[in-house]
Design a protein around this ligand. Sequence first.
Ligand code: BGC
Length: 346
Amino acid sequence: MLGSFYRPALLWAAASTLAVILSLTPGKSAQAETAFDFNRKLGSGINLGNALEAPKEGDWGVILQPEYFTLIKAAGFNHVRLPVSWSTHAAVDAPYTIEPAFVERVDWAIKQARDNGLKVVLNMHHYEQLEADPAAHTQRFIAMWQQIAEHLQKEPDDLAFEFYNEPARNINADKWNSLFAQTLKTVRSSNPRRCVVVGPIDWNDVGELHSLQLPNDKNLLVTIHYYAPKRFTHQGASWIGPEADKWLGTKWTGSAKETADMTADFDKAADWGRLHARPIYVGEFGAYEKADMDSRVLWTKAVRAQAQSHGFSDAYWEFCSGFGAYDPQGKKWRTPLLDALTVTTK
Ligand code: BGC
């Protein structure tokens, strides 16, 4: 047994060796630090959905109001995710110029968030033609991100870019990994350190994390979307198709089986995150209004608790539309949902 005199020296030697090993594995430790720190600050947020990602703001019944940002901050959220349909506001021919008035509108939303102390995750949403034919739309996609990135390059680091919401359909893993890497290269020339959010194909499904191949970049935050079980969260959702009506009446009670399934999904994401030294952001989760409120509340609370206990940040889908935690007509929060979302964060 060694005398106590030697222990500090041994500990110091072990720590120095570890530091040398870490410094010899480029990327990993530094990578973890920067993006993990951003993710902690992101905390809990809410999606300002069905507004700027409609073909035109207002088409889907939501026009962003200044008080939305104030309400969101006052309720205890740390950030907003801002879904944006850039492709319906950009020229179809090179250089694919984005309409200045639309850029100004997005600037306004970012400023509202900042004035209220909210961080922003700004994305591109619903570029349907890209999903149908990725090759034909690659140049336009990158050109739009080049414009967005150059325009916003002076913004403080409380703004993150998410290149594409839920890559799916004809965007397979190879295409997505390559499109993401090309776009990142372009964006990094104007925004060398900005946090960039990226998720796997198949609508950011946990089960596809394994196919995500990321460039060696220390400021990437990995996102997943959580809507399982879909027959509960998407019951009666017209955009899913006629089968969604057959799911009406599905409840979620937090049974041992339901909880174990959810835990397994979150454990899987956490394992992947640990293995690849990447932080995780649950950028969307929510249950549609056709489900009963008691089940929605239980499920929402359970997802939040999973996110928190696994060290993930999260953003509820969404503020004031079909999944809405806020009732824009009555001008009040749906208190049970808000409590489910914020009780653990306050
Ligand atoms: C889609 C929305 C949809 C939500 C839940 C989002 O990513 O953009 O249209 O309501 O997911 O399905």
